[in-house]
Ligand binder design. Structure first.
Ligand code: 13P
Ligand code: SF4
Length: 357
């Protein structure tokens, strides 16, 4: 087995362990209500707010909304945490989201239900190996996806999320800049095809989105010919080719509300169904297949690390003592540069869109 295969196998074993744990942690309705009440009281007492990703469980998303927090994509999570007056941010997502919040708001306390909630893209892009790769190509602008560690961001010229990956690449291509793209090769491949940018790719992938299968989606389309296919760009090219709309989590929700179709096949984490259903209650959403007969997927459209943000852990967040996010100040200062660049770029884009409306 090659080193890459060994690494992947290790990740898969961890994924299985997390999924088994999650399955064993089913709560009774009474326990769930008790935990929700406890969390609400602590949020008020601690001047804290929940910043949750669309991939967390419906109960966590509902709680975030009910208590004045936000449920959003990774770009909006960063913005919300920065702008909200609460002194403590409870980031219900994966570690890079907590780190991003800390870098942008160093004076706030940033807690997470567990710091074990990571991401296969982050794992697959160690900072030292990535820095050595970049050093070999000093003529290239370094663009990294938000799903990376603070140390990897610190080595970058730009950070992007899937919401603005295309626009940033286009902006750089217009200036004839050559790009290093990391870590997601599927997103990078999509961006390359859409913008024609000169991209040198890091070889990383999301273990959740990589499982979607074009064959399965095509078969499903035969059963539901009226359904539109919505795909997150971390999915393989063959799946993107079947998409009626490709986009970040927020863009997928927008497409579902704006497109005339009544039925959608959705290729992203199932957590998004909570918001999809809330935003378009009269429409039907079906998860895209992660495999045909004899499926071997273990993550099955369910990010195991996002699933670690359960109510039990959320209730312990204030007292656990080992779950506060700290980022080395020098690393944070360097990472702040590409992050700020992304947020400013996104703000300019919004202004342009408003101006053109
Ligand atoms: P978004 O930036 O679309 O929220 O995606 C984050 C992510 O982890 C997708 O797998
Ligand atoms: Fe990372 Fe994939 Fe999970 Fe998103 S869904 S956090 S990219 S492992």
């Amino acid at each position: 087995m090659s080193i890459a295969e060994q690494k992947l196998e290790l990740i898969r074993e961890q994924v299985q362990a997390h999924l088994d744990q999650a399955e064993a942690a089913q709560l009774s309705p009474a326990r769930e209500a008790e935990l929700i009440e406890q969390i609400k009281q602590r949020l008020v007492a601690e001047n804290a707010v929940i910043v949750a990703h669309y991939y967390t469980s419906p109960v966590v998303q509902a709680l975030a909304e009910e208590t004045g927090g936000c449920v959003s994509d990774s770009l909006e999570m960063a913005r919300f945490g920065h702008d909200h007056p609460a002194q403590t941010l409870i980031v219900a997502g994966v570690k890079f989201m907590g780190e991003t919040a800390k870098i942008l708001t160093p004076d706030k306390r940033v807690l997470m239900p567990t710091l074990e909630a990571t991401c296969s893209l982050d794992i697959g892009c160690p900072a030292d190996e990535f820095a050595a790769f970049c050093d070999q190509h000093p003529d290239r602008e370094v663009v990294v996806y938000a799903n990376t560690s603070a140390a990897v961001k610190a080595r970058a010229d730009w950070v992007v999320t899937s919401s603005i990956a295309l626009e940033v690449a286009e902006h750089l291509a217009d200036q004839d800049k050559k790009i290093i793209w990391a870590p997601d090769r599927h997103l990078g491949d999509y961006v390359q095809r859409e913008t024609g940018a000169d991209i040198l790719m890091w070889d990383g992938a999301c273990i959740v989105h990589e499982e979607f299968k074009a064959r399965g989606v095509a078969d499903m389309k035969k059963v539901y010919p009226d359904a539109a296919v919505l795909v997150h760009p971390e999915s393989p090219r063959s799946v993107l080719e079947l998409a009626d709309a490709v986009g970040s989590t927020t863009q997928i929700i927008r497409a579902a509300t704006e497109m005339p179709n009544k039925r959608f096949i959705v290729a992203t984490d199932q957590g998004i169904f909570y918001k999809l259903q809330q935003s378009a209650p009269d429409k039907e959403f079906i998860i895209a297949p992660t495999a045909g007969n004899g499926a071997t997927c273990r993550s099955c459209a369910n990010c195991p690390w996002m699933a670690m943000n359960d109510l039990e852990r959320l209730a312990l967040t204030f007292d656990a003592g080992d779950n506060e996010i700290f980022v080395d100040p020098a690393t944070a200062e360097r990472a702040m540069v590409p992050l700020r660049r992304m947020l400013d770029f996104a703000a300019d884009l919004r202004l342009q869109v408003k101006g053109n409306a």
